[in-house]
Structures are given as structure tokens and as C-alpha cells.
Design a protein around this ligand. Structure first.
Ligand code: ZN
Length: 283
């Protein structure tokens, strides 16, 4: 039931109708260079590896940690070598597994100024457009806050945070480079950009978060403009990952490169916002 509620929260009623199970098992796979997919099928988790330790982006739902850890091991890496867990946004399907993965790894969990209080307390932000339908999460013991544009470094790795509020007040997207056969690719881990309000929340203007629409529009424009070769969106189906993976089975990892992927993802989010605003007009 909890998972169902989260499903409604993140994607909307359509996902609920399709009975989405974020934790449908997924074999881990190489994306590009030192970047790997280690999440279940419905909620992404990405591992960026180095000899100095690894960085995990997102921690899945409360049901995901054991499968994410098993995926990391299956690829031949040590779970204990994960030093940072970066997060996209403060909803249980992306950070519900953070406390358990932190317990397994000792990693510091990193979010934005608006998301780390939610991570640390496990209590949803009352300004969240879905407040009232969000489950509590296990409190995360050790968190760190990054600013917009700040880079997290670990040995040779550097991954940059981009504030992308709108779906939630504290959303972050992440960019870095991975190289394969001497070719560097611009990697993007994109946050949810879905406008989805519950309990009467209005993107068109709501005292709980008056800037929601304006911030979401800016975030959509920001993601559209990223240098973008390989996109993973935190719900991977919305960014077209599974179609590209099918092609990769034939053509190899070059098939994960789609320089228009971020623009398409942004366009889809613009349409979703227009639909949300229309629905608010009709209330
Ligand atoms: Zn969400």
C-alpha cells in the first residue's frame, strides 16, 4: 500500500492505474565508461566508479536497498566502497532506501538545502505539492547539503549538482563526464520534472509554495539546455532508457547516446505542466 501511495505521488493517477511496481527487478548493466545502472526497473540508481571509491546516485524505495547492493556486487564492486549517495528529490521512491544504504556503506547522503531536512527527519516538507499523501522515510543519520552548481569530488570523480525544484522544493539533477575508448560523454541524471499536485495544490498559485510554477519552468529550461549525451531520468522510462538499452544490445554502449534526450524529456514535462494548469482551471 505504501508503495502504491508513492506511485501516485510521483507519476500521477496513470501510474496508479497501471499498478506500477517501482521495485520490479532489473539486472545491473554498464551505461557508459565507469557509469552503471544498479536500480530496480521503475526507480533509477546509478553507480559511478573509481579506484578511490564510488558514488551512488539515488537510493530507491524502502524496498530497494538489498537489490541495489546485490547489483553493485554483481558488477564486481564493493558496496563498502560507496562513499557518497547523491539524491534527486525528497520522495520515498528515490530516497526511501537512503538510510539502509548508508548503514551498509557508511556513505554521506547529499541533497539540497530544501531536501536534506526531509532526509534527516524522515518527515515530508509541508510545502511539497503532494504533502498529505507522502510517507515518512527512515531518518538519514549523516547528510551534507550542496548548493546549485556545486561539485562533489571523490578521487578522479566530479559530479555537479543542479537545483531543479518544481516537482518538489528540493529537487536536484546531476551531471558528470564518463569516458569510453577515449571518448568522453556528458552524463545527465535528471530529476522528476512532473507537475503533480495533490490535496488541492495549485501550480497556478498556492500559498504553500507560491514559486512552484516559476521554479519548475526554470528547471525544465535548465535540463533542456544541459550538454546531454547519456540521459538517465530518475524514473528511467520517462527518459527513454529502456528503448536505448534495447538498441545497446545490438550496437553497444554508443546506443545510450542521444543528444536530444534532455530536450525531449523537458518537452514532455512542459506538456505535463500545461495539463496540470488546465486541470486547476477546471476545478
Ligand atoms: Zn517524486
Amino acid at each position: 500500500m505504501k508503495n502504491t501511495l508513492i506511485a501516485i505521488a510521483c507519476l500521477g493517477i496513470a501510474a496508479f492505474a497501471h499498478g506500477a511496481d517501482w521495485d520490479e527487478p532489473q539486472e545491473p548493466f554498464a551505461l557508459y565508461g565507469n557509469t552503471y545502472y544498479v536500480g530496480p526497473k521503475g526507480v533509477a540508481a546509478v553507480l559511478v566508479t573509481s579506484p578511490a571509491g564510488h558514488i551512488l546516485i539515488d537510493a530507491g524505495s524502502p524496498k530497494s536497498p538489498a537489490a541495489i547492493a546485490a547489483s553493485i556486487r554483481k558488477l564486481g564492486f564493493k558496496v563498502e566502497d560507496v562513499k557518497y549517495i547523491l539524491t534527486s528529490h525528497e520522495h520515498g521512491d528515490h530516497v526511501g532506501g537512503a538510510a539502509a544504504l548508508q548503514a551498509m556503506t557508511g556513505a554521506t547522503v547529499i541533497g539540497s538545502a530544501k531536501s536534506t531536512p526531509v532526509l534527516a527527519s524522515g518527515k515530508p516538507n509541508p510545502a511539497d505539492p503532494q504533502f498529505g499523501s507522502l510517507s515518512d522515510t527512515l531518518p538519514v543519520a549523516k547528510t551534507r547539503t550542496v548548493r546549485d552548481g556545486e561539485t562533489v569530488t571523490l578521487g578522479p570523480l566530479s559530479i555537479t549538482a543542479h537545483a531543479t525544484p518544481g516537482h518538489t522544493p528540493g529537487g536536484l539533477s546531476w551531471t558528470w563526464q564518463s569516458a569510453e575508448n577515449g571518448r568522453a560523454a556528458n552524463m545527465v541524471y535528471a530529476d522528476s520534472l512532473n507537475a503533480f499536485g495533490l490535496h488541492g495544490f495549485r501550480y497556478g498559485g498556492d500559498a504553500r509554495w507560491p514559486e512552484a510554477r516559476q521554479q519548475l519552468e526554470a528547471s525544465i529550461a535548465k535540463v533542456a539546455a544541459f550538454p546531454c549525451d547519456v540521459l538517465v531520468s530518475n524514473h528511467p522510462d520517462l527518459g527513454g532508457l529502456w528503448e536505448r538499452k534495447e538498441q545497446a544490445a545490438q550496437r553497444g554502449s554508443a546506443a545510450f547516446i542521444d543528444t536530444g534526450a534532455c530536450r525531449k524529456y523537458a518537452e514532455r514535462s512542459r506538456k505535463r505542466l500545461a495539463k496540470q494548469l488546465q486541470e486547476e482551471q477546471n476545478r
